[in-house]
Design a protein around this ligand. Structure first.
Ligand code: SAM
Length: 284
């Protein structure tokens, strides 16, 4: 690792790639759910967000915590469309600045953003009705701490939704060693990611006293995401090279090829789950 390699530090990684990712991924930094391979990327990312909304059931006045809030797009949309009061947290200062600017531009006083770590958020117990974790958990190596923090800040009767890249089979050490060049490319392109099976999230949340109300594998409809990202890399190559350099753009395209292979051979995929915290007993 050189002194300039920040891929192991999520905050530094996100600060560095923020503007470039807008060109590649659009306003939402996550995969899409494609009705057909030709579905436009923006429509597909909105479809994935809509599945999260189905699980979260946001209601006016709900206090919503958006863990790993990216550019603040979803928090702003949830405030705007459902009347929730959102706090978006991320370890990226660039992310907080962009999200705060977006909320100001849209006149959304109920969308606030702060630099906080999802694995030790420092927020009061039982202070949110909805906890929303959209594609950020794979960046938090201490998954147990993330899920425990989510369960802790959820109020009785609250709902949690999470979606992310998942690991779908054991990857033996020999294979990790043999594929170390590919894995290093993924790390440079996407940061220090650690994928876990969907079932491990379910088990951890149930262990924390939540009830998992829904769990689904959406690997197949997310597959066209890679082709869409590659197409944006080609369409915006000159600007991207200016922002992050030719090597990083080439890494990103290679990383899409590698992930697409993992999606197709059943190594990795995409999952989503929803969970609920029991309501407080009504006083007799
Ligand atoms: C793939 S982006 C997803 C962003 C957003 N949820 C979206 O879908 O547009 C991952 C986000 O997780 C944030 N992140 C990474 N590690 C984090 C941590 N330990 N605590 C909070 N946020 C973190 C990154 O800064 C980034 O905003």
């Amino acid at each position: 690792m050189t002194s300039n390699d920040v891929s192991h530090q999520p905050a530094a990684h996100y600060d560095r790639v923020h503007e470039a990712w807008r060109l590649i991924m659009g306003s939402e930094f996550h995969y899409g759910v494609f009705a057909t391979p030709e579905t436009p990327l923006g429509e597909a990312t909105a479809a994935l967000t809509a599945l999260m909304v189905d699980g979260a059931q946001p209601r006016a006045g709900d206090r919503l915590l958006d863990v790993g809030c990216g550019t603040g797009h979803q928090s702003c949309a949830l405030v705007d469309e459902y009347g929730v009061r959102a706090l978006g947290i991320t370890t990226s200062e660039e992310g907080v600045a962009a999200a705060t600017a977006l909320a100001a531009e849209r006149g959304l006083a109920d969308a606030r953003f702060e630099v906080r770590d999802g694995t030790a958020n420092g927020l009061p117990d039982a202070s949110f009705d909805v906890v929303w974790v959209l594609e950020s958990s794979h960046l938090m190596r201490d998954r147990a701490a993330l899920l425990s923090e989510c369960a802790r800040v959820l109020a009785p009767g609250g709902r949690m939704v999470l979606c992310d890249i998942i690991r779908k089979r054991e990857i033996p050490f020999r294979e990790v060693r043999d594929r170390k060049v590919e894995l290093a490319t993924l790390r440079r392109a996407f940061g220090d990611a650690h994928m876990q099976p969907l079932a491990s999230y379910t088990a951890a949340l149930e262990e924390l006293g939540l009830t998992v109300t829904g769990s689904r594998d959406i690997t197949e409809p997310t597959l066209p995401t890679f082709a869409a990202w590659r197409a944006n890399c080609a369409a915006h190559r000159a600007e991207l090279v200016e922002l992050i350099g030719a090597e990083a753009v080439d890494d990103y395209v290679r990383a899409c090829d590698i992930l697409e292979g993992f999606w197709r051979d059943g190594t990795l995929g995409y999952g989503m789950l929803s969970a609920a915290k029991a309501s407080a007993p009504t006083p007799t």
